[in-house]
Design a protein around this ligand. Structure first.
Ligand code: PMT
Length: 413
């Protein structure tokens, strides 16, 4: 299989040489495409020596090779057609912005537009650039188009700062390449209903109660289910994320809206995963006008919202229902209690005070508590990896329940 490895201009560009070697070792034919910026960090000769292939450094052939000819001018189309995958590692903030906007001003960006092959990108940059709303918006747009993003690692960065932005390890990038080239289609017969994001409970026309959920966990679940062939309905509270293009997207605001949307779309669902951070309480009354400053003390009277997970579990039928548990202490005790109290098959518990877990980060640290008694702690993984693990567990539970059902029927006969 043939991979185009796009290398862009960041300090991590040198790591792409080892990545090219690892891809070669896995029997991929590697063609390297370097941006002008990449050439400031590493020489094309390095990649040519590793891959045994010509390295593409510009749109119209190397300037030293003389005037451009027709062959070099349309080479991006030829490369676009012959590759099985486009991998961009490291991907700078600049290339993410260009890809998101559809700008095609060099070979690599033109190749991205011209190819129908799947695309994997592994960003690497300064932590502030990574966390910038513009970068996150661009990543959201790319993810929504089906681009697989291998999130950067956290650690000491070349700029002297510490945080997220270090190019992911070669193993993670290679795993994403393998998974993209050999996609599992084991959810092809499933319709997955996912809830994501926070809810907003209005106090008056300008104020509301909400929480820190970014929606990333739920959107990663939707992306993973789509990649594995499922039909997906994504019911989401307000977030800054772009929903995956192939999901049926239902935007909601309050717990009440979310409850209505879940009930409306529940019937065809064979798997329900509730990752949303739903408000447990809402203002008992909404003021029609802005509440004015005046009295030194104000009391907000709250009432309970519908428990969507419990209601869904009550109409469970044969579907698998997964709930989350966001905890800040005694994770296992609380998760086991939730599993007992609610008619669900699996609780995915996360301690949201742990570093790299819970709200508004790209990774999560979760534990599974399953209806059949199985319990498992997972290491810190990207939310996309957690999502895949959840669906693996759902499929395991499905087959366990099916076998148990078969035995019960045989016993009756
Ligand atoms: O969105 P991110 O920034 O990526 O953050 C991810 C996350 C922390 C939101 C996610 O991993 C998570 O833990 N989601 C569940 C948050 C939550 O509300 O947990 P809980 O323990 O309060 O609720 C338990 C379960 O009941 C959840 O599945 C929740 O969706 C559901 N619930 C809660 C209240 C309610 N009124 N109705 C519900 O259905």
């Amino acid at each position: 299989m043939r991979i185009a490895l796009g290398v862009t201009g960041g300090v991590a560009a040198y790591k792409a040489a080892e990545l090219a070697r690892r891809l070669q070792q896995e029997s991929f034919e590697v063609e390297v495409v370097m941006t002008r910026g990449a050439g400031e960090f590493i020489r094309p000769l390095t990649f040519a020596a590793i891959t045994g292939n010509k390295v593409i450094t510009g749109m119209f052939g190397a300037p030293e090779a003389g005037p451009a000819n027709v062959e070099s001018a349309i080479e991006h189309i030829a490369v676009a057609q012959r590759i099985d995958l486009l991998l961009i590692a490291p991907a700078t903030a600049d290339i993410l912005a260009k890809l998101a906007a559809g700008i095609a001003d060099d070979f690599l960006t033109t190749l991205y537009l011209a190819t129908k092959a799947p695309v994997v990108i592994a960003p690497a940059m300064n932590v502030n650039m990574w966390e910038h709303a513009a970068t996150q918006e661009n990543l959201g747009r790319l993810r929504a188009r089906g681009v697989r993003v291998v999130d950067p690692d956290e650690g000491y960065l070349a700029c002297g700062m510490t945080g997220a932005g270090r190019l992911a390890g070669h193993e993670s990038i290679l795993a994403a390449v393998r998974a993209t080239l050999n996609p599992r289609r084991d959810l092809e017969d499933e319709t997955v209903l996912v809830t994501a994001g926070p809810t907003c409970e209005d106090i008056d026309p300008v104020r509301f109660l909400t929480n820190r959920s970014s929606g990333r966990m739920g959107y990663a679940l939707a992306e993973a289910a789509l990649a594995r062939g499922a039909s997906v309905v994504l019911v989401s509270g307000p977030t800054a994320l772009t929903p995956p293009a192939r999901a049926q997207f239902v935007a909601v605001r309050s717990a009440e809206d979310m409850s209505r949307a879940v009930h409306k779309h529940l019937d065809p669902a064979t798997i329900v995963v509730m990752a949303a951070a739903v408000a447990d309480y809402r203002p008992a009354m909404q003021h029609p006008h802005k509440v004015k400053r005046g009295t030194p003390h104000q009391t907000l009277d709250l009432e309970m919202t519908p428990d969507i997970l419990t209601e869904t579990g009550r109409h469970k039928k044969n579907r698998i229902v997964v709930g989350f548990a966001a905890e800040t202490e005694r994770l296992a005790d609380h998760a086991r209690r939730k599993l007992k109290a609610k008619p669900v098959d699996l609780i995915v518990a996360n301690d949201v005070t742990k570093r790299g877990a819970g709200f508004d980060v790209d990774t999560n640290v979760v534990s599974f508590f399953a209806r059949d008694g199985a319990e498992r702690d997972l290491p810190r993984l990207t939310k996309r990896e957690v999502a895949d693990q959840i669906f693996d567990e759902v499929l395991r539970l499905k087959s366990t329940f099916k076998k148990a059902h078969g035995r019960a029927n045989a016993g009756q006969a």
